[in-house]
Design a protein around this ligand. Structure first.
Ligand code: CTP
Length: 226
């Protein structure tokens, strides 16, 4: 491992937001993209912390894995990992974080009884990427931090990707149309466009998630050299 290699902190997978001890809200993210980024960064000799929601993937070699369940837990552990970094650090947010959680989690299993309907009140979860970005802006981290986000959209992702890049204060964003064939959840391939902070873009052909991960890691390290 090179002495001045960058550190990576990667969020991956879904989060689970429990409404009672046996039920939760979640999504079908498998974590594959984030695990591929962690693997590619470790192969480049970088130290990697992978903050993973509940997924059934093996931990890539040389990667420190921190398992979490909820968005709030993921935020706490991701911020801890970025806070611990010195030198250069790249934060890559691939997680499909649940935007909402039940306002309360019942202590005991909810019983349906005789009711014909039920209302679940949801409250907003933290935006992990935005909160890391705000902390960076306040000078809360020792490391020189690069922020990489993802924008998974249905249809042309460019407008939304550029909005998220700007609003979340990112260095670049990896955008893709998850409704296109070969893209999105639970497939081994992806087709993406990088939108850079300076307004440039890099359009990539369809490739495996591992190859895309290598390109993301290279781009993040290249940006870091500026
Ligand atoms: N993200 C995050 N925490 C959240 C939501 C999103 O860290 N609570 C990160 C994702 O990991 C991704 C980026 O923000 O890198 C964009 O996520 P996405 O779900 O596409 O966008 P949202 O911010 O949730 O916006 P919208 O609901 O408008 O699509």
């Amino acid at each position: 491992m090179g002495g001045n290699a960058a550190e990576f902190v990667v969020t991956a997978g879904p989060t689970r937001e429990y409404l009672d001890p046996v039920r939760f809200l979640s999504n079908p993210s498998t974590g594959r993209m984030g695990f591929a980024v962690a693997q590619a960064a470790a192969k480049r000799g970088c130290r990697v912390t992978l903050v993973a929601g509940p997924v059934s993937l093996p931990t890539p070699a040389g990667v420190k894995r921190v398992d979490v369940t909820s968005a709030r837990e993921m935020e706490k552990r991701a911020v801890e990992a970025v806070s611990a970094a010195k030198g250069k650090c790249v934060f890559v947010a691939t997680a499909a974080v649940a935007d909402w959680r039940p306002a309360r989690c019942a202590a005991a299993k909810l019983k349906k009884g005789a009711s014909r309907s039920m209302t679940l009140r949801l409250v907003r979860n933290p935006d992990i990427l935005r909160s890391v970005s705000r902390k960076r802006a306040r000078g809360a981290f020792r490391a020189r931090l690069r922020l990489v986000g993802f924008a998974a959209e249905t249809g042309d992702p460019s407008k939304e990707a550029m909005r998220k890049l700007r609003e979340k204060g990112l260095d670049f964003i990896v955008a893709n149309d998850v409704s296109a064939p070969g893209c999105g959840f639970a497939v081994p391939t992806n087709r993406a466009v990088f939108f850079m902070r300076d307004g440039s873009r890099v359009e990539l052909p369809m490739m495996s998630k591992l190859e895309l991960a290598r390109r993301i890691v290279s781009k993040a390290l290249e940006e870091d050299r500026r």
